[in-house]
Write a protein that binds this ligand. Sequence first.
Ligand code: ATP
Ligand code: MG
Length: 429
Amino acid sequence: MSKSLQAIRGMNDILPDQTPVWRYVEGKVARLLDNYGYKQIRMPIVEFTELFKRSIGEVTDIVEKEMYTFEDRNGDSLTLRPEGTAACVRAVLEHGITGGGQVQKLWYIGPMFRHERPQKGRYRQFHQIGVEVFNLDGPDIDAELIVLTWRLWGELGIRDAVKLELNSLGTSEARARYRAALVEYLSSRLSELDEDSQRRLKSNPLRVLDTKNADTQAVLVDAPKLVDYLDEESRVHFEGLKARLDAAGIPYVINPKLVRGLDYYSKTVFEWVTDKLGAQGTVCAGGRYDGLVEQMGGKPTTGVGFAMGIERLILLVETLEQIPQELARQVDVYLCAFGEAAELAALALSERVRDQLPNLRLQINAGAGSFKSQFKKADKSGALYALILGDDELAQQVVGVKPLRGQGEQQTIAWDALAEHLATCVVQG
Ligand code: ATP
Ligand code: MG
């Protein structure tokens, strides 16, 4: 196929054999968030470029080099969203739903776009599930966000493979004092820093802490620590969060170098990391952003949230072999009919059965075919039973129910009794 007719590098099709696990993971998250009282919000995939520059920060990897930005036919600069928080904040502001201190506990799901080097666990179109909470400023809600992800890891069978890293960035004043101390220290060892870090030292010095360069990391060992500059309010907040995590029995490690890639965080930041996915080890990341709404033109409104990468979650579930067996089977019964008259009866019968058993996964043979070929298709479908309707069965108003996975002998069941019979022998997932 010519290159221009292929998918764009780093933007993947999710093929039919993969969608069951996607729906499984997405379904688990959606139900969990429902149960904790979060409401879904859906934002457009494209926004004005300015929105991301203003919220994420000009001097970040995302805005400097990862955005898909283009001019539309009106000459406006638009960008495919690289993350969800900016658009979510814009939406709540635009619709006034956080005004007057209204609490909002929101979540969203969908594709995000970043022009990065594609590799395992890193793509140009990837998918996130994000949660954002507005107008709750205590550590109790920070803890709830972490507790609910912990529950999710349990439900997905990946709890033992992820580790919680925590830090507090303090208020913006505390961070400014720390920044000054860090700049002073790093400037004294400027020649030992990698080129990227030298540049960041001028534009966004805290990001130097994020470096993956080993030499710079060595310099950072003796650097001033953010925790020593924390303001009293942030310290109390952080202690409150830790106490709650202790009470909930959730293990964590404090990572003083955790600053997160985005500009807008304050106080709590956290990441769930795994060592099972190579370099792409962060499956979920978030934090508090109390200043963001105001920075974007709203009234002071506190916020806290996180986003998880669905691809990385799925990779982890697969790596740990935690995909439930029942996902492999998508069909319960396969109905074979032989001849025009039997086909008509089969259609009517299958619709009656569906009325009575709305959760039954019944596939009716399409495209006619010999006994042998229909049987082969029934077997290949993965169904537990083949239903057989030929001239004899038609005359007697019965169907043959043939077990396909070695569960006993074929039985003959009257049409009227079919739904009840299937209800007893098909365990519905
Ligand atoms: P990383 O350090 O891996 O680049 P990030 O800090 O840029 O991650 P966030 O912006 O915090 O990531 O996004 C939240 C989550 O979304 C990440 O923890 C990760 O699971 C997922 N994610 C981010 N970028 C990608 C990508 N390019 N492909 C797949 N998943 C991604
Ligand atoms: Mg990144």
